[in-house]
Design a protein around this ligand. Structure first.
Ligand SMILES: NC(=O)c1ccc[n+]([C@@H]2O[C@H](COP(=O)([O-])OP(=O)(O)OC[C@H]3O[C@@H](n4cnc5c(N)ncnc54)[C@H](O)[C@@H]3O)[C@@H](O)[C@H]2O)c1
Length: 307
């Protein structure tokens, strides 16, 4: 298959491009390198340095005849979306519609989109793990723009027949993750520990997250590229709640060091518990997360040690 990966030089993109190339697919990454890095990509990977809004994007579609597009490029920071909703809208909605127009004009058959747990908002703990059917009530502009793009894709399918799969990721972590983004806490901790620095937990450390390894996310995206069960959304998650205190215990084991975090005040807007149900993806995408948290953390820590 010939696939365009927008945001291919980013964290999740770099895992996906590796897997696609290993599987023998033809891959082109489109990235403006705003947070991504050329060196995130494996040797021999083709990168087009462009912005999703550029007129040049249309030339690329005209020349390359992509079978599918995986759209990962985005403004990914919840906090930035609250400071500058206009830029968040420009990057995440206008940029996406430009990509979708190119898909429509040049006959792309399928689009995979990286959505987020942030589209659900602050969920009642009784609703955990969150299923895809739960009403989405985003609390950030980032969550709102992700939710809006989901609706654009559904309409592009209805109006023009372009197939789509929306994937709502929980907190993704792994090698090559930047400091920002949604799964940030692991990369921040791993990076600081690799440098011999202390770590701080905001709150009492009992808050939970559903951490999923980026390689597993990349495999989920690959399954979405060919699944007959398209034109719908799937959560990709481990469906397991891990507290930040538990995370520190595992990191102590991996690093062989006794880690004693400092505790700071709870950050405004932080949710307490988070977990997404992955039953639908297990049943219909035939996807299950394969890399345990311990193994994924080991890979992540070793990566930052080498940096
Ligand atoms: N990391 C997570 O935990 C997580 C969770 C849910 C959803 N997501 C989504 O997954 C996708 C990938 O996230 P990531 O964590 O790899 O982030 P990332 O910042 O590493 O990757 C995003 C990439 O897109 C590029 N980019 C941004 N705006 C662009 C534009 N206008 N034109 C071209 N390229 C542009 C960046 O340079 C970067 O390489 C994003 O859409 C993000 O919202 C991530």
């Amino acid at each position: 298959m010939k696939i365009l990966v927008t945001g291919g030089a980013g964290f999740i993109g770099s895992h996906l491009v590796r897997q696609l190339m290993e599987a023998g697919d033809e891959v082109i990454s489109l990235d403006n390198l705003s947070t991504g890095l050329r060196e995130n990509l494996p040797e021999g990977a083709r990168l087009e340095v462009m912005d999703t809004h550029d007129d040049k994007v249309e030339d690329l579609f005209r020349q390359e005849h992509f079978d599918a597009v995986v759209h990962l490029a985005a403004q990914t920071l919840v906090s930035d979306s609250m400071v500058d909703p206009e830029n968040d809208m420009y990057q995440n909605i206008a940029g996406t519609v430009h990509i979708m127009e190119c898909c429509r004009k040049y006959g792309v058959k399928r689009v995979i989109f990286s959505s987020s747990a942030a589209t659900y908002g602050d969920v009642d703990e009784k609703a955990l793990p969150v299923q895809e059917t739960l009403p989405q009530i985003p609390l950030s502009f980032y969550g709102l723009t992700k939710m809006t793009v989901e609706k654009y894709l559904a309409l592009y399918h209805m109006a023009f027949g372009i197939h789509y799969v929306v994937l709502r990721f929980s907190n993704v972590y792994g090698e090559r993750q930047g400091d920002g983004g949604e799964g940030g806490v692991i990369s921040i901790f791993a990076k600081r520990l690799a440098k011999g620095q202390d770590i701080t937990i905001f709150g009492n450390g009992k808050q939970t997250r559903d951490f999923v390894y980026a390689g597993d996310i990349a495999r989920g995206i690959r399954l979405a590229l060919t699944t007959p069960n398209a034109d719908t959304c799937y959560n990709l998650s481990t469906q397991t709640e891990i507290s930040l205190n538990e995370l520190v215990t595992i990191l102590s084991r991996i690093t062989g060091k006794e880690i004693t975090p400092s505790y700071g005040p709870v950050r405004e807007g932080d949710i307490y518990r988070s977990s997404l149900s992955n039953e639908k993806a297990v049943k219909n995408l035939h996807w299950t997360p394969e890399v345990s948290l311990e193994e994924g953390l080991k890979r992540t820590y070793q990566y930052f040690q080498k940096q």
